[in-house]
Design a protein around this ligand. Sequence first.
Ligand SMILES: *Cc1c(COP(=O)(O)O)cnc(C)c1O
Length: 376
Amino acid sequence: MNNSLPTARDKVLFTPGPLTTSLTVKQAMLRDAGSWHFEFNVKVKEIRQRILKLAGVTSEKGYECILLQGSGTFGVESVFSTSVPEGGKVLVLSNGAYGERMVAMLKCLRIENTVYRTGENEPPDPAHVASLLEKDTDITHVAVVHCETTTGIVNPIASIGKTVKAAQRHYIVDAMSSLGGMPIDFEDACIDFLVSSANKCIEGVPGFSFVIAKRDPLFANESTTRSLSLDLAAQLRGFEKNGQFRYSPPTHSLLAFEQALNELDTEGGVEGRAARYKRNHEVLMNGMESLGFKSYLDAKFQSYLITSFHFPEDSKFTFDAFYRKLSDRGMIIYPGKISQVDLFRIGSIGRIFECDVLALVGSIQGALTDMGVSMR
Ligand SMILES: *Cc1c(COP(=O)(O)O)cnc(C)c1O
């Protein structure tokens, strides 16, 4: 398909983000919004409030939503660079690429850190976190990924959060690939900072991340921030002062996000969306199993957002050829191999439905036949 004729529709994305979005979300961007204009500022304010509502928290209870230009990674980095005091230390719980990315950030920021690593198919043990916190009193913050998109594993953020709270440390959760698609109880999980972005389960387009933060720990180290553009406290002060982003806002991405929030409401909020994603996941698991594929994770740790499958054992299988054959059929899966095992990943999130997943399974079967791969 390398001719230059425009196609009737885009390839369907079975990736963990950016995702396939609705036509109406894309159409919302066919506007030019005056970025410093009062009408736009009202939208920004409404979006910040709607995110808090979606998360089930309020400013009366001390939570704020801060929007930040840039992708999700920028949001995570902004939390570290703003909230960890000089001489502070972060315990990172890592079982995949995004946990390791946090460690890399802390290194760049020259923030003291220690890592509790578990296998990519194994969640961290809250009791072990408790003992680490007891032993190392220098630790001021604990950071974890909710759904580790590397494999699709769900980490137990609530039981870890209770441990962190009991030890009186601050708690940072990367919920990039889960917020909007999986219910999260902030107060139960004792979360101080949660990071997510526009283009995952909320089904917007890329352009900004957002942080839901408790006010007190956010402002605790205001004088010692490590970054100008990634200073979350200053960003919030900006919104509170004049309703504006400090620097050029991602106007089109915000317009798309507003529409994406409307569509999330229409679908029945997080619960409604979760039901569709669960159904997508179920259809995927059944289809893949019937083709002879084995999923990587123990079912009790498996999210319904992203699923990792082992490569077929047949040496005729190569991921590159497989990926291309699916692309030729109009379907994009998650390329590249991040995990330590030979796995490929398929997302069940974005504006896709059961029929799309069934079509994917059919295409996978076709691709295997083309390649002469037998599943035994
Ligand atoms: C996607 C993702 C990120 C990074 O987001 P970018 O928008 O690519 O910067 C971080 N953490 C998790 C868990 C993710 O799924």
